[in-house]
Design a binder for this molecule. Structure first.
Ligand SMILES: Cc1cc2nc3c(=O)[nH]c(=O)nc-3n(C[C@H](O)[C@H](O)[C@H](O)COP(=O)(O)O)c2cc1C
Length: 268
């Protein structure tokens, strides 16, 4: 594949939330996950649980939302320390790295694999969308999928043949992200301009209206409708009204303790 094709695949990707009922062949699913594996890794600390059965997706619905019923395939991408530690123990070693550092590395392994899977799926004619609730409903997913200790759900991925072909969505201007030599704080004019780009781009698509994704205000009269509700308002409500989740406790239930400092290893 020429460079142009790779770039074009990346630049034309958009999350797909409407799928046909056409099943996805086992071989195609394996190809997607295999491409995920070819992502850069530090310890291959992830596993992918593939679900096509209706009853299992029905069990996931209360935790991951109705979208999970709309695609023929759901994949749960998990951070997996269990297997890495099995490799170590086969060499008579135990893991001396603290769990907070493990999480930084494990999240990267799983996320880069996940993104490779998204691009591979796209190249195979599939659409996809991540489902981000997974780490916050870990106890339920641990039960449904019998996740052992040292395995933690990172993100869901829905896959199927697309029944919509959305345009590539806007992004904040490159100059806010691309910094030379040192960090550059955004000016308030740049912040305003970036929000404008995002808001106008998504309004033009009718993005939030189509998804009916307006987050209600917790207090006071509604100030927006779908003619002016866009990204700036959405993230302000989403993060501004968020409640903290007890992720530490959920990690603990999966045997991951970010406060634990491992004893020094042999020779340390
Ligand atoms: C970690 C993560 C979690 C996400 N969770 C959801 C989700 O639960 N539901 C959903 O519809 N889209 C979800 N998305 C998709 C984003 O909404 C989408 O990528 C973003 O709005 C940009 O749109 P695009 O992917 O079409 O460019 C998630 C994306 C990421 C990276």
């Amino acid at each position: 594949m020429g460079n142009g094709q790779v770039l074009s695949t990346l630049m034309h990707r958009a999350s797909v939330r409407k799928f046909t009922e056409m099943p996805v062949a086992e071989e195609t699913l394996r190809e997607v996950v295999r491409a995920g594996q070819q992502a850069p890794f530090t310890g291959q600390m992830y596993s992918v649980i593939v679900v096509t059965s209706h009853p299992t997706r029905e069990r996931l619905r209360p935790y991951l939302g109705p979208l999970v019923m709309q695609a023929p395939v759901f994949m749960l991408i998990c951070i997996d320390f269990l297997r890495l530690e099995a490799f170590l123990s086969s060499r008579g070693r135990s893991n001396r790295l603290d769990d907070m550092s493990m999480l930084f590395l494990g999240i990267q392994d799983a996320a880069y694999a996940g993104m490779n899977m998204v691009s591979a799926a796209q190249a195979l004619g599939l659409g996809s969308v991540f489902l981000g609730a997974a780490p916050f409903v870990a106890p339920a997913l641990a039960e449904i999928f019998q996740l052992p200790p040292r395995v933690y759900p990172l993100v869901g991925l829905l896959l199927g043949y697309p029944a919509e072909h959305p345009p590539a969505r806007p992004r904040i201007p490159l100059d806010l992200v691309f910094m030379r030599e040192s960090y550059q704080r955004p000016t308030s004019a740049q912040i305003q301009a970036a929000l404008e780009v995002m808001d106008q781009g998504l309004l033009q698509e009718g993005y939030y209206a189509r998804l009916q994704a307006m987050i209600p205000l917790e207090k006071g009269q509604e100030t927006h409708d779908y003619t002016n509700y866009s990204w700036g308002e959405h993230i302000a409500r989403k993060y501004g009204q968020m409640r903290p989740r007890d992720v530490l406790a959920m990690l603990g239930q999966q045997g991951i303790d970010v406060n634990r400092v491992p004893p020094p290893g042999a020779g340390a």
